[in-house]
Design a protein around this ligand. Structure first.
Ligand code: AMP
Length: 470
């Protein structure tokens, strides 16, 4: 396969993965930096998010270091957990045909799991300096085979006070290694670090106008009205975003603020019924990072000029495209990556299709995030509106079937009698051998789920569970 990527010297396997990712041609920084990198030069590049810099060091690492070495051969240092995960994911996608294993390493998560992953053998690490140092000091991480060291978002790492950890990590690597440094700005301390640890690095500069990639990732989550607050707290607990949360009405903003506050989340509301002075204070608090979660109506959010919102959450989906675009445009600014998540009830899913068609953008479906062993602060409930079809029918599975000598009529009878459910509320029945699927109107959902299982059919204890929509 010959492409604009192999022309730069990138291996066919990596170019093939880029093709799968929909990359058509190299970005300016990829074009400028990759050939030097492949020749073995150290690199220092002034580049922001959105220039394709992860593609630069990802491709270089994958083209230079061998796979399956057990001990890591490359390490990428990044300032935050979010970036560690993002970098590891992108390198993982680029490694689709090379087989390299890349794992994220960051603090605030179970150390055992990361140690297990290291023991299983990894080629590349994308990690935050604090946790990487910790693992080295505890003897879990051996960097003696490192051939490539990357510092991503170097200026942010120094701002966050990671310099001592970074130098400790450099010293744990062999002296014979190549180094790449990426930074949005080039303050003196970065230059000093480069002078101390790099050998005649090539300097690459990419101007601001060359950031042309769309930095806002758009997702939607299919969730019923009653479970939106559950989904919201999951996202907040796991991703810890700085988020602007949009609701359709002032009343909804107030209700959600109250609910989140009851569950001890630090949130503020912003809407037109609040006195101007209070609105200004709330906006200041959000701007100054005193609060990370702001729940707002569209009108009130207009006055908010801020460019480091990492998430826009459409708690309620807007019904027109202009509002949608205006909302999501509040993230992914100033070269930062942004995420827009929309909560969409089953009745609203058509809006996603419509917005995709009209803009040519892709809005990917995502599940409510989940983390092992976490406890929900708001519980998920059975939302019959979300589970029902356009006629209001919800599918249930009951553990009775042909083997129990029931037919459709006797099964319907049994359900109506034990659940005190109206005849007309029972719909289609699909008889199975040991279990059957029965449609019941959502108004009787609770009786079907709670009352019917309290009974026995010829000594058999009855179980019922609700099924997702088809
Ligand atoms: P980065 O600057 O590395 O954070 O990259 C920003 C986004 O651009 C990521 O989603 C990359 O997957 C994407 N990207 C990187 N290089 C290319 C390319 N050559 N063509 C299209 N998208 C790219």
């Amino acid at each position: 396969m010959i492409s604009k990527f192999t022309d730069l010297g990138i291996s066919e396997e990596v170019a093939h993965a880029m093709d799968d990712m929909g990359w058509e041609e190299p970005t300016p920084i990829q074009e400028a930096a990759i050939p030097y990198g492949l020749k073995g030069h150290d690199l220092i590049a002034q580049a922001q998010t959105g220039t394709g810099k992860t593609g630069v060091f990802g491709a270089l690492i994958l083209c230079i270091i061998p796979a399956h070495q057990k001990l890591p051969s490359a390490i990428v240092l990044v300032p935050t957990r979010e970036l560690a995960v993002q970098a590891a994911e992108e390198i993982g996608r680029l490694a689709k045909y090379t087989g390299h294993i890349c794992i994220p390493i960051y603090g605030g998560a179970s150390i055992e799991k990361q140690v297990d992953q290291l023991n299983a053998g990894v080629d590349i690490i994308a990690g935050t300096p604090g946790r990487v140092r910790d693992l080295i000091e505890r003897g879990y991480l051996n960097l003696s085979l490192i051939k490539t060291v990357v510092m991503d978002e170097s200026d942010r790492m120094l701002d966050m006070g990671f310099i001592k950890d970074i130098e400790f990590i450099f010293k744990a690597c062999p002296t014979e290694r190549r180094m790449m440094m990426f930074s949005a700005t080039m303050p003196e301390d970065i230059k000093r670090l480069a002078a101390d640890y790099m050998t005649r690095p090539k300097e690459i500069n990419v101007s601001k106008d060359e950031i042309m990639l769309d930095l806002t990732k758009q997702y939607y989550i299919s969730v019923g009205r009653r479970n939106k607050s559950w989904a919201l707290t999951r996202i907040i607990d796991i991703d810890k975003p700085k988020a602007l949360i949009f609701c359709q009405t002032i009343k909804m903003v107030d209700t959600l603020e109250q609910r989140m506050t009851e569950h001890h989340y630090k949130v503020e509301a912003l809407h037109g019924d609040m006195p101007q002075s209070r609105r200004e204070r709330v906006m200041d608090d959000f701007r100054e990072d005193k609060i990370d979660l702001l729940i707002a109506t569209d009108v009130a959010a207009r006055g908010l000029d801020i460019d480091d919102v990492s998430y826009v959450i459409n708690y309620d989906m807007p019904d027109d495209l202009d509002t949608y675009i205006h909302r999501i445009g509040r993230t992914g600014r100033a070269g930062r990556v942004g995420t827009a998540v929309s909560f969409v009830t089953s009745a609203e899913e058509y809006l996603i299709r419509e917005f995709e068609l009209r803009t040519g953008m892709k809005i990917e479906k995502r599940e409510v995030p989940e983390e092992e062993g976490m406890k929900d602060s708001i519980r998920k409930v059975t939302d019959y509106d979300q589970l029902s079809d356009p006629f209001g029918m919800v599918r249930f599975e009951i553990n009775l079937g042909k083997n129990d000598k029931v037919g459709k009529v006797s099964l319907a009878d049994y359900i109506c009698r034990t659940g005190r459910i109206m005849d007309a509320a029972v719909g289609k029945i699909q008889l199975g051998l040991n279990a059957s699927v029965v449609e019941v109107h959502r108004d009787f959902g609770n009786r079907m789920l709670m009352d019917v299982p309290r009974t026995k059919y010829r000594d058999k204890q009855i179980n019922v569970r609700v099924l997702d929509r088809k």
